[in-house]
Design a protein around this ligand. Structure first.
Ligand code: ADP
Ligand code: MG
Length: 240
């Protein structure tokens, strides 16, 4: 318990420091990225164009590291919206499609049912992107990610299943510990943020993985409407 408190304190300090300097660093990075894009032109040698592309990719990578640090330890947002899970999943898949294609990974949305939830949309997007990103990064030789959004009794279940390197039970246990990463360029904060968001949503996240064959993550989110309907409550039409 003492450990948990120290950990939470440490994450909060990180989050406060990050938000202080993130803005200051992001602005010059954005300017540099813009000038690099202007430098690029078809007349340049392919080698020079490749250097420009590498520089832009590295700036984008630095930016996503800042995003990981910014997200951690963030307090629950008050802003909520009634959003539909399946359409958010397909939106997240679209956002990350180019990154996936670059690694020979395709994202399949296999089954969906209409699932409405009242949460912070930015946090939901971040959760889905972080999970899809991990799935993509687990497949260095490409493959498919199978996803679905389904209604269960009292819950909604988002499933993200990859055909990647998988994890040992010990590795699964370490998921969500701050700075735990097996990637040379990882921050080890992606899953910390995922657990934080799922907890704030009042849900749960389950992981099943096998080394060498892949990983399946299931996010369960409460279907409050189910509970209400079970008690015979209805949403009047005028309230959407
Ligand atoms: P990062 O992606 O920056 O390494 P995360 O917190 O997102 O940090 O993940 C922590 C570690 O958990 C990863 O480095 C990886 O070893 C492991 N991991 C997470 N998701 C998967 C997955 N889908 N398949 C295999 N390993 C995974
Ligand atoms: Mg990650």
């Amino acid at each position: 318990m003492q450990f948990m408190r120290l950990e939470a304190e440490r994450l909060r300090t990180i989050s406060e420091l990050t938000s202080l300097f993130a803005h200051e660093i992001r602005n010059p990075m954005q300017t540099t990225r813009g000038f690099l894009q202007l430098l690029d032109s078809p007349e340049l040698s392919s080698k020079k164009r490749q250097f420009i592309k590498l520089s832009i990719d590295e700036l984008d990578r630095a930016n996503s590291i800042i995003s990981d640090y910014l997200a951690v330890g963030k307090p629950a947002s008050e802003e909520r919206q009634r959003i539909e899970l399946a359409s958010e999943l397909s939106r997240a898949a679209n956002v990350i499609e180019a990154y996936a294609a670059n690694q020979g990974v395709n994202i399949k949305i296999e089954a969906v049912s209409e699932c409405w939830i009242n949460v912070n949309p930015q946090q939901l997007r971040q959760l889905l992107i972080n999970l899809l990103k991990n799935a993509i990064e687990s497949m260095p030789d490409g493959g498919s990610i199978h996803t679905s959004v389904m209604k269960e009794t009292g819950n909604y279940a988002i499933r993200i299943k990859d055909e990647g390197v998988g994890m040992t039970p010990e590795q699964v246990n370490k998921l969500g510990s701050p700075f735990y990463s097996l990637k040379s360029t990882g921050t080890g904060l992606g899953m910390v943020v995922c657990y934080q968001i799922v907890k704030q949503f009042g849900g749960d996240m389950l992981v099943s993985s096998e080394l060498g064959s892949g990983t399946e993550v299931i996010v369960q989110l409460p279907n409050f409407e189910f509970a209400a309907e079970a008690r015979g409550w209805r949403r009047p039409r005028a309230n959407g």
